[in-house]
Design a protein around this ligand. Structure first.
Ligand code: WT7
Length: 653
């Protein structure tokens, strides 16, 4: 098989096209050359104390200055110790003292075509009223609040209101099922849930409140539910427990002081999948997180005051937290929010939104780009995309074909592309080009951001030589790093800090080329990346075995041209149960009920037994080969990187 046929990772590594920043872009950029970047980066590593001190002084408003920049008792970090600030104040209030008070903060478009614009002063009023509404039902500092909402401005308002009163939010993506919502809510022990009657997706209503009702039969901690009326269908409201948003807010004053929070007070929890079935509540704290989000947004998207910036993620993911809400608003930027599906009512919707609001910066996922390529160039070609000046991608490796299409068809050849590598745990972007400085290479996340020191190491923790694959780790703590896993310190230590002593283990494989560019190879653990969404194979396996007919299940990812990876399930049945197409459908639905539509299996295969090692461990490498239609252990000479990954993953198989 040739490299071309293999596509993906193999082609990526043969990539020798390089795109220097366009002159016009470079002239106006805040960092204008590789020399400048290298100098700044070196300084930020050699004297990180000065670097972070200066950034925190320049970029954030503090109620009280910190005393100690960093207390690092690995793996526990405390940044800006003794400092006080409020994230909501930084995202909203401080802009009211400038001409920005009537600048658009949020430009929102609903899926049915309705739209709203909230200025910073509108946002301030709404956030204050809603903060008071939360207080009126007894929410106090430190109490967790679960948010399960569609992509409407009230989602951002709810997040900011929690930050304002010091109640850590836990946003659960609206695509998760009631079961998944209950798991996350129970782990966080939230007493309040904020939701909506529904949200629009492909012309249909996602029944959020119905899901909440279902969830609450398993979530006894919740005493109050606030419901925003979005879709208007009949829902049930339990008196004493459920409150309409508009009724609760109506009576509130628009005056609500922002609570001065300690730097290390929790700002939010966000659940993400790990290599076991149970999702992890990633804990981010106030000052460090906000600094990371603010700083990276400013430099990596090279923000200008007049920019209209659109990140197409959902606020239910970390990308939406950092790059729809906190990062852009803290910088006083105009952030676009879109409620619905990218291909509704047709494949031109994104391009329509860009043309309509004259979007200058677009940040989206490779899976979306690949879906657009499939639907054809005629869709973007129908729209005026000349307002765009910068493009970004995130969530998974981008294949060079998709990168080139994005560059040419969407960017008209004039927009730099920032391929940004980071994770829920890192809080903000870690490896990315700086658009005015870094020559980009299709499929490559290039160089570390300021203050970030990634390394590639082997199993013993020794740095590998240039060009070789290894584990991606971080050698230095950084302000927006996760602080813990909610309620599970052991797992925190185990997952991130025991692979290599004193260094943060990312779970990704990577290699470095002769330019010092980092190439991300993919996960080395049992996590798969489906359409840029992180899923644990064990999570899907436990969903499958919770079905009465299933004896054992093994789940692997296989390469998929649009989704990146697709879920393939190998299932053995209980004695006496017969495989059938109906059972496949039923199992598929069962997984969706347990987790959500994002976990819908692409393929279910019934088998009499699963391949195992003598110690009883499932041999996933074999299953991945079977799922991908690759010949197992046969000729893999053209699959160099699959084998690197396989070795990293399965060294002990
Ligand atoms: C995993 C993190 C925070 C971004 C949204 C996903 C993969 C992320 C890239 C990239 C190659 C990437 C990694 C990472 N990933 N960005 N630019 N190139 N891979 O956040 O759900 O926490 O997933 O996404 O495998 O570990 P997440």
């Amino acid at each position: 098989m040739s490299d071309e046929q293999q596509g993906g990772i193999t082609t990526v590594l043969k990539e020798d096209r390089s795109f220097p920043p366009p002159q016009e872009f470079q002239t106006r950029a805040s960092v204008k050359s590789m020399e400048e970047y290298e100098q700044l980066w070196q300084k930020s590593i050699d004297d990180s104390e000065t670097f972070w001190t200066e950034q925190a002084e320049t970029l954030l408003d503090w109620d009280q200055r910190w005393e100690t920049l960093l207390e690092w008792n690995a793996p526990f970090a405390k940044w800006f110790v003794g400092g006080k600030l409020n994230a909501c104040h930084n995202c909203v209030d401080r802009h009211l003292l400038t001409w920005r008070k009537n600048k658009a903060a949020i430009v929102w478009e609903g899926e049915p075509g309705d739209s709203r614009v909230l200025t910073f002063s509108d946002l301030h009023r709404e956030v204050c009223k809603f903060s008071n509404a939360l207080k009126s039902i007894g929410v106090t500092k430190g109490q967790r609040v679960t948010i399960y909402m569609p992509m409407i401005p009230e989602l951002a308002i709810a997040v900011l209101a929690c930050a304002r009163i010091g109640a850590p939010h836990s946003v659960v993506f609206g695509g998760f099922s009631s079961e998944a919502l209950a798991d996350r809510n129970n782990d966080a022990e939230a007493s309040v849930m904020i939701t909506a009657d529904g949200g629009w997706r492909r012309g249909k209503i996602i029944p959020l409140k119905d899901n909440v009702d279902e969830c609450l039969t398993k979530s006894p901690t919740v005493k109050n539910v606030i419901v925003y009326k979005r879709t208007g269908q009949e829902i049930s409201m339990e008196s004493g427990r459920d409150h309409w948003w508009h009724e609760l807010v109506e009576e509130q004053s628009a005056d609500c002081p922002a609570e001065p929070m300690d730097s290390e007070d929790p700002l939010f929890l966000l659940y993400t999948s790990g290599s076991t079935g149970k999702p992890k509540g990633i804990l981010h704290t106030t000052a460090g997180y906000l600094l990371g989000a603010t700083l990276t947004t400013r430099y990596i998207f090279d923000l200008k005051e007049e920019d209209t910036y659109w990140c197409t993620a959902d606020v239910g993911w970390i990308t939406g937290h950092s790059y729809i809400v906190y990062g852009p608003l803290s910088n006083g930027a105009t952030t676009v929010m879109y409620e619905g599906a990218p291909n509704w009512p047709d494949a031109g919707r994104f391009w329509d939104v860009i043309e309509k609001y004259r979007v200058n910066i677009l940040y989206t996922a490779p899976t979306a780009i690949r879906a657009f390529i499939k639907s054809g160039d005629q869709w973007p070609k129908k729209h005026d995309l000349t307002s765009l000046r910068l493009l970004g991608t995130v969530g998974e490796p981008i294949n060079p074909e998709a990168w080139m299409w994005y560059h040419e068809v969407i960017g008209g050849g004039r927009c730099p592309i920032v391929d940004t590598w980071w994770q829920t745990e890192t809080g903000s972007i870690m490896i990315s080009p700086l658009p005015g400085a870094t020559p980009t290479v299709p499929g490559c996340a290039t160089r570390p951001f300021f203050g970030i020191q990634p390394q590639i190491v082997d199993k013993e923790g020794k740095e590998v030589t240039q060009g070789r694959g290894g584990f991606l780790v971080m050698a230095k703590p950084w302000p927006s790093m996760l602080r813990n896993i909610w309620g599970d310190e052991e797992r925190f230590k185990q997952t991130y800090w025991s692979q290599v002593a004193g260094k943060y283990f990312t779970g990704d494989g990577a290699r470095r080329d002769e330019k010092g560019y980092f190439w991300i190879l993919g996960r080395v653990d049992d996590v798969i990346n489906v359409s840029g969404h992180r899923l644990s194979t064990m999570e899907v396996e436990s969903a499958l075995v919770s079905h009465d007919d299933v004896a054992e299940a093994a789940v692997v990812g296989r390469p998929h041209e649009v989704k990146g990876e697709a879920i393939t399930c190998f299932v053995t049945l209980e004695e006496g149960k017969q495989p059938s197409p109906e059972l496949k459908t039923e199992l598929s639905k069962h997984v969706v009920d347990q987790i959500g539509a994002l976990a819908r299996p692409e393929e279910i295969r019934f088998t009499d037994s699963l391949p195992k090692t003598r110690s009883g461990k499932i041999m996933r490498r074999l299953l991945r080969d079977v799922a991908a239609g690759r010949e197992s252990q046969g000729d893999t000479s053209t699959l160099e990187d699959f084998t690197v990954l396989a070795q990293l993953r399965d060294g002990d198989e």
